[in-house]
Design a protein around this ligand. Structure first.
Ligand code: URA
Length: 447
């Protein structure tokens, strides 16, 4: 008699009851979360019920125990890879997302050229932010959907491989991520932690560097929320036996000069050529330095920084990116000829109406404007237009005269141009006083 209690309860579990429980602020058991995640991954729970549960969860929140259960259920929805054939340490980086954040394209080849392995499972655009997979797919032929066997082969041959969640690896995140993107259920500490850590822990890494964004272009706009997310993720990694550190970094303005898929590929290659925007270069070097340090490739972060700078200056990191593009089916000619990337046909400039100092930006609006022009998704099945983009001509603290160009829009269809122009123009905040310079790395958690 005693043995039948649990199976009977599990047999009778229904998604609708779990949605009601979360709506009414209840706390789920591990079994309930397993039921939701495995049922949704197998296609037994439909999108509309998962969307309702996600919204209830977004509003009511998750306890620490629920976040741990969710992360583990999502991690074990697919395979957890190991790489016994690769002697060098496996290290990865993940960002919580922002505008113009393209550091993965720069640091993966730097760190691979430095002797570590970077098995990177990334995401597509999420909410107002761009995604590494969509950016890489701007390169003609680039395949982000490698089989597990090809993922291993590319990693063995060049030390880096960048793919998305698959039916084999982190399938629950693949489905839930796409649903959250279009149901306004991204900005929740527990859902972000489970999403990021389930893919990262599935990659067979030894160490992880987290770039947790904070500010007006981040999912967590307040620094204390970003710190909480960072602590949660570092704690989760350490509980699973991985070394981890989180850098809380500024997202009060776009990173680098460009946002938009083709433009971000070009800007990343520029940094690998030793040029490009200073903030983008500095953050890419800093994150690489931490990866070298956690991967036992340098004795200190300072030494890691020197190593990363040398690999850029010598051209080794650029050569590694070229090799990686070719191995994943992309056209390596992109390194020397940006014209092979999809380009927008038209451009429009946003001029300042007033004089002063640029004191702040409503950075999230830049991402929404870009999506409006076709550079993001409103529905799961939407196709990205990789050619559209934004170029930012002023940084916070810069002096602005009336008539100066604040931003350039690269677009194809004029349908939503006016709306995008308005959003962008309204998102530059001028004041009479020069604000103090922004610190790129605000805090480090778990060092
Ligand atoms: N990046 C992810 O992979 N998942 C999130 O939920 C947010 C950022």
């Amino acid at each position: 008699m005693a043995d039948v209690t649990l199976p009977v309860r599990l047999n009778h579990m229904r998604a609708v009851d779990l949605i009601r429980k979360k709506r009414d602020s209840g706390e789920h058991s591990r079994e309930e979360i397993d039921f939701l995640i495995s049922g949704y991954t197998r296609g037994e729970i439909p999108d509309y019920q998962m969307a309702a549960w996600l919204m209830a969860t977004w509003i009511r929140g998750l306890s620490g125990a629920e976040i741990a259960s969710l992360t583990e259920a999502m991690l074990h929805s697919g395979e957890v890879i190991t790489f016994p054939e690769l002697p060098a340490k496996k290290v990865d980086k993940h960002s919580t997302g922002g505008i113009g954040d393209k550091t993965s394209l720069i640091l993966a080849p730097i760190v691979a050229a430095g002797g570590l392995n970077v098995p990177m499972i990334s995401g597509r655009g999420l909410g107002h932010t761009g995604g590494t997979l969509d950016k890489l797919e701007a390169i003609p032929g680039f395949n982000t959907a490698l089989t597990l066997a090809d993922f291993r082969r590319v990693l063995r041959e060049c030390g880096m491989a960048l793919i998305g969640q698959t039916a084999e690896i982190a399938p629950a995140d693949k489905k839930i991520y796409a649903l959250r993107d279009v149901t306004c259920t991204v900005e929740n500490v527990g859902l972000i932690c489970a999403s990021i850590m389930s893919k990262k822990l599935a990659e067979g890494i030894d160490a992880l560097v987290l770039d947790v964004k904070t500010g007006s272009g981040a999912f967590m706009q307040k620094e204390e929320d970003s710190v909480r997310l960072a602590e949660l993720m570092v704690e989760t990694a350490k509980r699973m036996g991985k070394k981890a550190v989180a850098l809380i970094t500024d997202m009060d303005q776009p990173l680098g000069r460009f946002a938009g898929h083709s433009h971000e590929v070009m800007e990343s290659i520029e940094v690998l050529k030793g040029r490009g925007a200073a903030d983008l270069r500095d953050l890419s070097i800093e994150l690489s330095a931490w990866m070298f340090f956690l991967g036992d490739c340098s004795k200190s972060v300072d030494q890691g920084r020197v190593r990363a700078e040398k690999l850029v200056a010598s051209g080794e990191a650029l050569a590694r990116f070229k090799q990686g593009i070719g191995l994943q089916g992309g056209d390596p000619g992109v390194i020397d000829d940006y014209a092979i990337l999809p380009q927008a046909r038209n451009r429009a400039e946003i001029k300042s109406q007033a004089s002063g100092f640029l004191s702040a930006t409503n950075c999230m609006e830049f991402g929404i404007a870009l999506a409006t022009l076709g550079g993001g998704r409103e529905k799961k099945e939407d196709q990205i237009d990789p050619g559209v983009g934004l170029e930012f001509h002023k940084r916070i603290g810069d002096r602005v005269a009336a008539g100066d160009t604040l931003a350039t829009i690269y677009y194809n269809s004029a349908g939503k141009l006016e709306e995008a122009q308005q959003r962008i123009a309204d998102s530059f905040v001028l004041s009479g006083h020069q604000p103090p310079p922004k610190k790129l790395v605000r805090r480090i958690i778990g060092a």
